[in-house]
Write a protein that binds this ligand. Structure first.
Ligand code: SAH
Length: 231
């Protein structure tokens, strides 16, 4: 009898869970195959990647690609990064529960949501107004209260909320914008793809220690270009 009750509760839990989010098992698999297998180790990052419903940040016509090991188009010539890249960029800035993080390149809003699961507050800037509006819609629908989206050129950072514990830039810049270095807290970390648009870029980790800047090149990547208003 006891076994039957335990089984019934399990079935209820499992089906309830499935109804709440029918794509949870795809996300769990994505985390195992694409992240844990490639040495993403930070438990907070893995848990955020298991939790955030990536498909809901994507336009309907590409949602079937949401948990595949690849980037996907989100309209306006932009892309949502491959899950592994999102997780790696999250892990490498060592996000903590009391952190304030700046993201440049909101796009779909997905990377901001992953960060917001871990840190206290995320500020994110998107240069294409339609994408900023889209991400705000999804963020409100999913009831994330600790993400603030602004439309504008992220080159200048977000002075009003600086300094930031971490800065995550998701568009490839030709150089590291000096205002972002300035707005990084001492002891903070920034991750940014640097290089020419439409070519392979270097994913750079920038660290500020006692006012000194050190940079290290992590891996070759391909990101959409960091654009400026007058481009
Ligand atoms: N982080 C996003 C990925 C978006 S792709 C996600 O999780 O979906 C990079 C985004 O950077 C694009 O939406 C692009 O419009 C934006 N972008 C490019 N240059 C920018 C700039 N100067 N300021 C703010 N956003 C910029």
């Amino acid at each position: 009898m006891r076994h039957i009750i335990v089984l019934a509760v399990l079935v209820l839990l499992i089906t309830g869970h499935a109804a709440a989010d029918e794509r949870q098992s795809e996300r769990d698999r994505m985390v195992r195959m694409q992240l844990e297998n490639r040495e993403i180790e930070c438990e907070a990052t893995l848990e955020a990647m298991r939790t955030v419903p990536r498909h809901l940040f994507m336009p309907l016509n590409v949602r079937h690609l949401a948990y595949a090991d690849r980037p996907a188009p989100i309209g306006h010539g932009q892309t949502i990064s491959q899950p592994y890249i999102v997780a790696m960029m999250t892990e490498v800035v060592s996000p903590q529960a009391d952190h304030k993080v700046l993201e440049i390149g909101t796009g779909s809003g997905y990377q901001a949501a992953v960060l917001s699961e871990i840190v206290d507050q995320v500020y994110t800037i998107e240069i294409i107004p339609e994408l900023a509006d889209w991400s705000i819609g999804v963020i409100e629908y999913l009831d994330y209260k600790n993400i603030e989206v602004k439309t504008g050129d992220g080159y200048y950072g977000w002075e009003e909320h600086a300094p930031f514990d971490a800065i995550v830039v998701t568009a490839a810049a030709e150089h590291i914008p000096p205002p972002l270095i300035e707005q990084l807290k001492d002891g903070g970390k920034m991750i940014i793809p640097v290089g020419s648009p439409f070519m392979t870029q270097n994913l750079m980790l920038v660290e500020k220690t006692d006012g000194e800047i050190t940079t290290s090149s992590l891996m070759p990547v391909r990101f959409v270009p960091f654009t400026r208003h007058d481009d």
